[in-house]
Design a protein around this ligand. Structure first.
Ligand code: HAM
Length: 408
């Protein structure tokens, strides 16, 4: 039996890096006042179909949707934001704003698997729900940057930011793009011809070589921003500078989901091959309304845990399991005092292992395989010898002295 295409088992070093990513992100987000929410892994299909936009690839091609036994259309969540907004409304929290939410967990997209891209992957993410101020955008980004730093992967990762403007900016820009692309429509790829009608901005994101040439000469949004949208973007950049977060403007960022306006950003790297976006997000002011709530301006991001984990591997940041203490009974009659000792160690917070069987030699081999830092030899009278396995020093100790010496 093999795992389903695009899914992976995380074991050993992979599991440790994955765990470290989640713990580091959870802790760092806590420093910024984010609290963790746990929302279901599946939702009514409408949560995503309505929320993410039916012209997005995620909704049109990538959702794992199925009818359950009761005949309801269910979708495995392809991302976390829509579910968090749904939860805000379902739980009657739209009057207690802002809510600052952290989440971590599996997401599902039917994409072509490759390095850094899977069908079941995991995201960490944060959302500030109910804050219209540009300071919220900058704080969210600063938190992401701090997480990358704490993971030791910030080197070689660049923050690219853009503005998608407000509705009026967008309409004006859209018209300009339609004009630009229509003039060369016959040279556009099939997909981009379709996008021209439904969502011309998405053409800016096209990976097609022929499209790229036409995109290169397309206008940027700057000339079409309303004064308010331009001022908002200025303020976000000012705050980012105050937070000490380096960034670069990339006017071609459009993001793959339809709910964004104003700020859009991505942390990108060239260290992971084709899948170089490690974290992406932006402002979304209409999503909570789509879920039946009041207008609730919001901003957030999500990051692919597998990509962060791959980056940790690239820079050689591989968390090690704690080195255990090996408790070694000398003869069958020593098992009873050895078990009493090992429970004392564990209750004192010391990682300790006891082999289930084997002679002294076998048990020592096992201790070395586990990279044990110390061995405690116990005889049938309960006398203990503590051996430091790095220095080789050995001495007789009491139970309490063993616990104290090993850091309990
Ligand atoms: P997204 O750009 O679709 O945004 O995904 C965010 C991140 O998830 C990507 O940058 C990437 O690191 C990771 N990711 C996406 N798809 C895959 C995949 N198939 N395999 C591995 N990693 C993947 C969102 O999901 C938005 N909900 C982000 C957001 C939150 N915007 C506002 N708040």
């Amino acid at each position: 039996m093999q795992p389903v295409r695009g899914t992976r088992d995380l074991i050993g070093a992979d599991a440790r890096r994955h765990h470290h990513v989640a713990e580091t992100a959870r802790h760092t987000a806590g420093l910024y006042g984010f609290e963790e929410w746990f929302t279901p892994i599946f939702e009514d299909t409408g949560v995503f179909a309505r929320g993410l936009g039916d012209t997005s690839d995620v909704v049109s091609k990538e959702m794992y949707s199925f009818e359950d036994r009761g005949g309801d259309s269910i979708t495995l969540r392809p991302e976390g934001t829509a579910g968090v907004c749904r939860a805000l409304v379902s739980n009657g929290l739209t009057q207690t704003l802002p809510q600052k939410v952290f989440y971590a967990g599996p997401m599902f997209r039917y994409e072509r698997p490759q390095k850094g891209r899977y069908r079941q992957f995991h995201q960490i993410g944060i959302e500030v729900l109910g804050a219209a101020e540009p300071l919220a955008d900058a704080e969210v980004i600063a938190c992401g940057w701090q997480i990358l730093n704490r993971l030791g992967v910030a080197d070689g990762v660049v923050l690219e930011i853009n503005t998608l403007g407000d509705d009026a900016s967008r309409d004006a820009y859209r018209a300009a793009l339609v004009e630009h692309f229509s003039a060369q429509a016959d040279k556009l790829s099939h997909d981009s011809k379709l996008r021209l009608e439904k969502n011309p901005q998405r053409i800016l994101d096209s990976k097609d070589e022929g499209d790229r040439a036409i995109v290169a000469t397309a206008p940027t949004i700057d000339a079409y921003l309303t004064p308010e949208a331009a001022a908002f973007f200025e303020a976000v950049q000012k705050y980012l500078t105050q937070f000490g977060v380096p960034f670069r403007r990339n006017p071609r960022i459009v993001r793959g989901l339809d709910y964004y306006s104003h700020t859009a950003f991505e942390f990108v790297t060239d260290r992971l091959g084709a899948q170089g976006t490690v974290m992406g997000g932006g402002r979304y002011n209409g999503l909570v309304e789509e879920m039946g709530g009041p207008a609730t301006p919001s901003v957030g991001w999500a990051a692919g845990m597998e990509r962060l984990s791959l980056l940790m591997e690239v820079v050689g940041n591989n968390p090690q399991p704690p080195r255990p203490v090996a408790v070694i009974p000398q003869g069958d009659a020593a098992e009873t005092p050895a078990l009493a000792l090992i429970q004392k160690l564990r209750q004192a917070g010391i990682t300790a292992e006891i082999g289930y069987r084997g002679n002294l030699k076998r048990r020592m081999e096992r201790a070395n395989r586990q990279n044990a830092r110390a061995a405690l030899f116990v005889d049938e009278a309960g006398a203990i010898q503590l051996k430091d396995l790095d220095s080789g020093e050995q001495r007789a100790v009491s139970e309490d002295a063993a616990v104290a010496a090993l850091g309990g």
